[in-house]
Design a protein around this ligand. Structure first.
Ligand code: SF4
Ligand code: SF4
Length: 467
């Protein structure tokens, strides 16, 4: 692209975006620790939970993994590595997504039980914890171990970016075939020093397929001496129904950890939104009162584990057994299940989009009173004018947009499941038998999603239930 291409090729393009993000992160930490602890009045109570999350999913929808591209957490690592060279390779046993799955589960639990979004103080510590962990992991271990194996936000982005329209790819395959230096991957080889840049996530460009594990850091673009790497338009979701070996990841069929990650993120999308709607909050309160508990801690924990661990495992296990038996699939059942589960990602993305866009578009102005208060505290504003932080009317088009996202997610998931079924069982009757159980679960989830959209939803950074 005439202008954008040049900007992105500029060596400091990413840094130019990361530095303002670092400043914003610093402001959020400062305000979260020192400002008022009422979420709508504090930048840490609104900016990360309403605006940043909305922009992340919209970026994934229209571009790709812009969140990792702009990530400020890796900047201290870059500084640290100027003084300490990482000495170790990431332990072989941890080279999977299982650790990240556990961390994501812990995050979703903390989010619901400790109401992270309503605590500026905890939000600030979460951001600080992120900086410290990213720094500690990456000054000890080579490559981008934190991004690839630890970071929960990164894993969220990798899964959702499978539905993004752009991908970092080689431009002319023959140029790569003739290439002897392979600079695009050098940094991921053992003992490579960091000055020798390349893909630290182990994605060798000629074998890279899809956006999974790609942070959009563009290091490969800068490393390739033949200028043979570009951002290419791709069919969103197409990698879900192709089962080819991929650089750095392998085949989805052989990655139960990736399937577990997708399953958790899909069901968490629904659980996270359900945890904010009136009827579910009422059930929680009633159960807490009926069991004479002092707080909803145990009820919330139990409901969350039911929604994101027990139910998904039961449903996926049942669908896998029925699909395999009905269709007479001669392949390994676990391989088939991993592939079908990965095809759920678009529906999960549809739900995350609907949920985060609801908050983003229904209360973008929540930043104003919190920003005014922050500036007033610094003596840079005459005094806060408390507008916009209650009595929000949600526009009609927003509900339609939410349903549209969910519709598109369902259609893409159904299509991906059908393509996988067709590939495993080419005869139409057998393919439909392989397809049906998984399609049933997708349709049930979609129905739950539509029901959630029509419920009154607790607002972020606001003070009332809306709709
Ligand atoms: S992307 Fe560039 S460095 Fe990598 S193999 Fe192709 S030509 Fe070589
Ligand atoms: S270096 Fe690796 S992670 Fe970064 S953009 Fe290139 S392929 Fe993606």
């Amino acid at each position: 692209m005439p202008v954008l291409g040049r900007v992105l090729r500029w060596r400091h393009a990413r840094l130019t975006v990361q530095l303002p993000m670092l400043l914003l992160a610093g402001i959020i930490v400062y305000d979260g620790l020192t400002g008022p602890q009422t979420a709508p009045l504090n930048l840490a109570g609104v900016a990360p939970w309403i605006h940043w999350r909305g922009l992340v999913v919209l970026g994934l929808l229209f571009v790709g993994n812009v969140s990792c591209f702009a990530c400020p957490f890796v900047l201290p690592r870059a500084v640290g590595r100027r003084h300490w060279s990482p000495r170790w390779n990431w332990p072989r046993r941890l080279r999977s997504k299982w650790l990240a799955v556990l961390l994501l589960l812990a995050f979703f639990w903390a989010y619901e039980v400790c109401a992270l979004w309503s605590s500026p103080w905890w939000t600030a510590w979460l951001v600080l914890g992120y900086f410290v962990t990213a720094f500690a992991v990456d000054v000890c271990f080579r490559g981008a171990a934190f991004c690839k194996y630890v970071c929960p936000i990164g894993q969220f982005n990798y899964v959702q970016s499978l539905m993004s329209p752009l991908e970092v790819t080689m431009r002319v395959p023959q140029v790569c075939a003739d290439c002897r230096t392979k600079d695009c991957i050098q940094a991921s080889l053992p003992r490579a020093d960091d000055a020798n840049r390349g893909c630290a996530l182990g994605l060798y460009l000629p074998h890279k397929a899809g956006n999974f594990d790609c942070t959009l850091c563009l290091e490969c673009v800068h490393a390739c001496p033949r200028d043979n790497i570009g951002l290419t338009p791709v069919v969103p979701g197409a990698e879900l129904w192709r089962d080819r070996p991929r650089a750095g990841i392998g085949r989805f069929a052989r990655r139960p950890d990736v399937a577990a990650l997708v399953l958790l993120l899909v069901f968490a999308a629904f659980a996270n939104a359900a945890g904010m709607v009136g009827p579910v909050l009422e059930v929680q309160d009633r159960l807490t009162a009926a069991l004479r508990l002092n707080s909803p801690f145990w009820i919330t924990t139990a409901l969350l584990l039911l929604a994101v661990v027990v139910l998904p495992l039961l449903l996926a296990g049942a669908a896998s057994a029925v699909s395999h038996a009905w269709s007479g699939d001669p392949g390994r059942r676990l391989d088939a299940a991993c592939r079908f589960i990965c095809a759920f990602a678009p529906l999960g993305f549809g739900m995350w989009l609907s949920h985060y866009c609801f908050h983003f578009f229904s209360s973008p102005e929540a930043l104003v009173p919190a920003g005014q208060r922050f500036l007033a505290d610094l003596g840079l504003h005459e005094g806060p004018t408390w507008i916009c932080n209650c009595c929000v009317t949600v526009a009609d088009w927003l509900l339609r947009l939410e349903i549209l996202f969910l519709d598109l997610g369902l259609l893409l998931s159904l299509y991906a499941v059908y393509r996988i079924a067709r590939e495993r069982r080419p005869e139409t009757a057998q393919a439909l038998k392989a397809f049906a159980p998984w399609a049933l679960i997708l349709t049930l989830l979609f129905t739950v999603g539509v029901w959630i959209m029509f419920q009154p939803m607790e607002m972020r950074g606001m003070t009332e239930l809306a709709r």
